[in-house]
Design a protein around this ligand. Sequence first.
Ligand SMILES: [Zn+2]
Length: 232
Amino acid sequence: MDPVGSFRWRDVMQLSDVFRGITRVTLGNGSSSLFWKDVWFDDCDTPLMEIYHGAFSFYINEDEPVAKIITATDPSLIFHLPLSTQAREEVRGIQQGTMHVLLDEGCTDAWECNLGGAFSSKLYYDNCLRDTAADDAFRWLWKAKSPIKFKMFGWLSFLDRLNTRNMLRRTHFVMEGNTYTCMLCQNPPKETVEHLFFTCPFSQQCWDKVGMLWPSTGNRLALLHAGREHWR
Ligand SMILES: [Zn+2]
């Protein structure tokens, strides 16, 4: 088993970084806010790691809480020493800037959304996806006159999130006989979305019944574009 775990968990873990990017912390005891990654410092609207690159690159643990850093007395426990000239100057700036920070032992850190309104999942996703242009295939899918359960199935297949055998192997699911190839083929290739729905001889026979022939190469989205171009 891969000690890092499946890539799905890595995706989930990355969401916590996105979450930190849309919140501001009002310090209480400083124990749950991260010194480098949270937005907590004065009027800054970016985390310190983005302002003080030099100092940040010498840090031993980038996930230390605010309280631990601003009460630390031994720099060798925090930094890989010696520091570069730039890092030393930045650390001095940070020390001066944080001298006035007062922690309140009796109060927990408070978080609020900084997206311009009360937190909602729509606000969150709009922010996360603001620079993302979805493939046209997704628009065709959601506009199609089709029951929602088929659209959901299509959506998962477009994203390559269906539990094909190839996907199960990627998520470290152990199949009986350790077999992850297509069950429908004589000389079985990997069971990917592309194989299962487009190039497998069985699926080609099914497509034949409705008079459709897909290109033999390309990923699922490229195949959909080619198919749409051909059949309108
Ligand atoms: Zn097959």
